[in-house]
Design a protein around this ligand. Sequence first.
Ligand code: GCO
Ligand code: MN
Ligand code: MN
Length: 399
Amino acid sequence: MLSPMTENDRYAPTPEDQFSFGLWTVGNPGRDPFGEAVRPQLEPAEIVCKLAQCGAWGVNLHDNDLVPFGSSAAERGRIVAAFKKSLRDAGMVVPMATTNLFSHPVFKDGAYTSNDPKVRAFALRKTMEGIDLGVELGARTYVFWGGREGSEADACRDPRTAISHMRDAIDFLCAYVKDQGYDIRFALEAKPNEPRGDIYLPTTGHMLHFISTLQHEEMVGVNPEVAHETMAGLSFVHGVAQAMEARKLFHIDLNAQRIGRYDQDLRFGSEDLKQAFLLVRLLEGTSGGQRYGGPRHFDAHAYRTEDQAGVWEFARGCMRTYKILVERALSFDSDPEVRDLVAEHNDAEIDPALTGYSREKADRLRALDLDADALGRRGCGYERLDQLMIEHMLGVRPA
Ligand code: GCO
Ligand code: MN
Ligand code: MN
């Protein structure tokens, strides 16, 4: 039984929310390195139908989530046609697609960064076919997660060579997209480790710099994931904000994670609610910044303890928590006391002198009477601000 959802439920998902799930997320049968599957493998058509019933808008996929590795052209054609029909029937879209470059043993030492040009060639060709598939299904974003692009025995290659191979691959594929006339952008997803001991380009920050070295950097952005940045012990919100500021947030993988653990891919908001709140506040622009316009994709899966009912409970929980947090963020950012505490201290005399260097501005700065001791004595009021945030999050304010 699905949890009850009434028609006027203000947290009920709508297509405008752009909530999406991967076939591999709700389709995860609960296999882990220590145990077998605990749930049957669902067919893509069934996943599409169930996701639509839960109120999701989109479904994402790896090439092989839909078309099994090694399928013939005829099989591919049949599978894709049937899948398109299930999308139409359910009113669902495919906003993002990606390539599985990690399951087959050929990728055990990487795909684009493998030392073997034959493996690199195979990876490129597989990605070209994956892009064709994504475009055929209507995807506007193509994600690159280099799960096996890393090492354990680090003497195996110069990491600089790995990065330059990675650049060659992305440059090649950007040119492929342009040559085909496709309307699709790339989003690079970082992860510090797992399944490799260390993965190259381990954080969103590394990716952002790498993108600036590409031939078609305008086509390439990032797909940050809560779990991955948190595994590295970093502030996910700061990483996402940097991507937004650089206009490079093309996609996002929402889930939950505790620091210092394996990639948990938990239900959105189920851990570190404060980061989740701040993230939603950032994405939705409730404090005034620009809103993120892309899909809200949940790259997570249900606990291994769950049966099929638990999986749909999980999916609805991700979306519901997101919407509750939107409401809480709006409430926080419209609280007059909060506005007062976060208001910028504008100074008509000083502010213009701080940007755009000129000798005259430098002289003005030198002439300013600035009392560092007095400035240093002032309290910031952040204890109050943070407590107010907690109270909005917990729903006790406004009373
Ligand atoms: C992981 C990754 C993947 C990717 C997916 C799309 O840690 O397993 O997050 O789920 O997001 O492969 O590229
Ligand atoms: Mn991910
Ligand atoms: Mn992950």
